[in-house]
Each structure stands twice: as structure tokens, then as C-alpha cells.
Design a protein around this ligand. Structure first.
Ligand code: F3S
Length: 304
């Protein structure tokens, strides 16, 4: 058991600008007495979605028949072009809470449409993620590449034009680019990874090798959290992914954490600051409990 455990929070962690903006939109509508429903999961964080639900704000999976009494909010990850066109056609009133940087990805992707022959348009990212499904709808000819293997298997082209998911791993994207460089003489790259993603990845790269263990907080389905976890794991094998502070209430897990002299915390862009604070507090309490246990042990030995 380590005598003291120091707890460090990464310089950049938790809520990003796009998530804060979306929550501000929803909360201010709610406070003004509007009934609100969200298309898709607003963000990939269970505790935030539970809080919204407690206020009577539901996330709906289909917008074929939105409740006309409620204001429809578009999630941060955006929606496909055709779905938005249908909303407009059907006169559905909605507020777009798509992150402006995700919007920028959609516009950039649309701008890649070209009549130049023998041009391959590539979106690097997770093809099943709503952000990429929406981005691809702006350029149906684009192909999505999500692995080194897929990049290697891609056919060569006279021109290749590339964009990337806002939450991609910066190093992974650079690696994919190095593969694509061998597939064309004309590689046109638009790096659409957002700055919030970049700074969070840089911060955990610095912190992870300096501590004994790392806790990554965020939704299991959160793309940017999964990237943070993988980056931390490469630098520190004692890396754990939890969704919320209550996941720490596991005797086996805390037993392991007690072995560490230092722990680093990072959190995905949809993790609220209160959740990070709770985890920090839990770990600091663990430290004072260790001290108490140690002092108690000493007192008993002295008495004996
Ligand atoms: Fe937007 Fe980047 Fe956050 S794209 S939602 S600022 S992770």
C-alpha cells in the first residue's frame, strides 16, 4: 500500500466548447418554460443525459414524427443533410445544437465534391459514429477509412482529398496520411480535428507517463473518450476507463488504486466538471484513509 497518493488532473479535460454551447441552448429554453426534445443522444455522457431526463428532456431516436408541442434540438454530432432537408420540408421547428466545428467538417466535406476525374475523397473516422454518418451525407462519393489496413487497401488515385473526424487521434491521423502519401501524387489534406480534442490528447500524453495510474472518465460510447483512453494506455499500462465517479465504488478496484503513489485523471469532452471533482475528491479521501490506516497500524505496533 502506498503511503501517500498524489492526484493530478490533466491540464485540459472535460467539457469542451461545443458541449457547453449545446447544454446552454437546452437549459435556457427549459428555464424559459419551453418543452424540449433532443434528436439522438445530445452528447455521449450518461449522467448528463440522466440529468436532462430528470428535467423532462428526452432524447428521441427518430424524427419522423416529432412532438409538435416540443422544440426539437439537433444533437452536437449533427444530422445527415437529407434528414435536415426533410425537417425543413415538413415545417418542423428545430434548433441546431450541432457543434460549429462539426458543422465546419460538414461544410468542408461538401466542398470536396469535385468533377475532377480520378479523385478519391476520404473521410478518416468511425463510419458508425453519427458525426461521420452526417458528414458523409454531404459527399456521398467519399469513402470512410477507419484503420491502417483500410488505408493500405485503398486504390491509388490521381488525386486524394482528405478530411477527418473532429475527435480523431492526432497521431493515428498522421499515420493514415503517411500511408495515403504513397497512393497519389496529389494529396489534399484538411485537418478537421478540433482544437479541444488536440489539447486534451496533448495534456494526457504529458501526464500519463509521469503517474503510476490513469483514470479516464467519459461515456463508453464517446469517441473522444475512447481516444484519450487509448493514448493514455500507450503511455501507461495502468489506465482505466470509467463512466462516472460511482464506478470507483468497487473494493477490488480501489484496492488496486491504493498501490499507486500518483494517479492522473483525464476526461472526455462530454464529462461535466462536477464529475471530475467528485473523482478527485474520492481519490483524495482514499489518500487520507490510507494515512489513517497506516497511523492506526503504527499505533497498534507501538502499543504491542
Ligand atoms: Fe465540438 Fe470538438 Fe467538442 S467538435 S463538440 S468542440 S470535441
Amino acid at each position: 500500500m502506498a503511503l501517500f497518493m498524489k492526484v493530478y488532473v490533466a491540464e485540459e479535460a472535460g467539457f469542451c466548447f461545443g458541449v457547453k454551447r449545446a447544454l446552454n441552448i437546452i437549459n435556457s429554453l427549459h428555464e424559459k418554460g419551453h418543452e424540449v426534445q433532443v434528436y439522438g443522444q445530445l452528447i455521449h455522457n450518461r449522467s448528463v443525459l440522466d440529468d436532462l431526463k430528470a428535467k423532462g428532456i428526452d432524447c428521441i431516436d427518430s424524427i419522423d414524427q416529432p412532438d409538435p408541442k416540443k422544440t426539437l434540438i439537433i444533437r452536437t454530432h449533427g444530422i445527415p443533410k437529407q434528414v435536415e432537408a426533410n425537417l425543413k420540408k415538413n415545417g418542423v421547428k428545430y434548433i441546431d445544437a450541432t457543434c460549429p466545428l462539426v458543422k465546419k467538417l460538414q461544410e468542408t466535406t461538401e466542398g470536396l465534391n469535385t468533377n475532377t476525374p480520378n479523385t478519391q475523397i476520404v473521410i478518416v473516422g468511425d463510419r458508425n459514429h453519427p458525426e461521420i454518418i452526417a458528414a458523409k451525407s454531404y459527399c456521398p462519393d467519399a469513402i470512410v477509412i477507419d484503420s491502417e489496413e483500410e488505408a493500405h487497401n485503398m486504390k491509388s488515385s490521381d488525386h486524394i482529398r482528405v478530411v477527418v473526424q473532429t475527435t480523431s487521434d492526432v497521431d493515428f491521423f498522421e499515420h493514415i496520411i503517411s500511408i495515403l502519401e504513397n497512393k497519389t501524387e496529389n494529396l489534399h489534406i484538411q485537418n478537421t480535428i478540433c482544437s479541444a480534442t488536440k489539447v486534451r490528447q496533448e495534456a494526457i500524453k504529458k501526464l500519463a507517463p509521469r503517474v503510476d495510474g490513469v483514470i479516464v472518465v467519459g461515456g463508453k460510447n464517446s469517441s473522444n473518450t475512447k481516444k484519450l483512453y487509448n493514448i493514455a494506455l500507450k503511455k501507461n499500462k495502468n489506465t482505466f476507463h470509467i463512466e462516472k465517479s460511482s464506478d470507483l465504488n468497487d473494493a477490488h478496484f480501489t484496492g488496486k488504486l491504493k498501490e499507486f503513489k500518483s494517479i492522473g485523471i483525464t476526461a472526455g469532452a462530454s464529462t461535466p466538471p462536477e464529475e471530475i471533482k467528485k473523482i478527485e475528491k474520492f481519490l483524495n479521501n482514499l489518500t487520507s484513509n490510507i494515512e489513517k490506516e497506516t497511523n492506526h497500524g503504527r499505533t497498534e505496533r507501538n502499543a504491542g
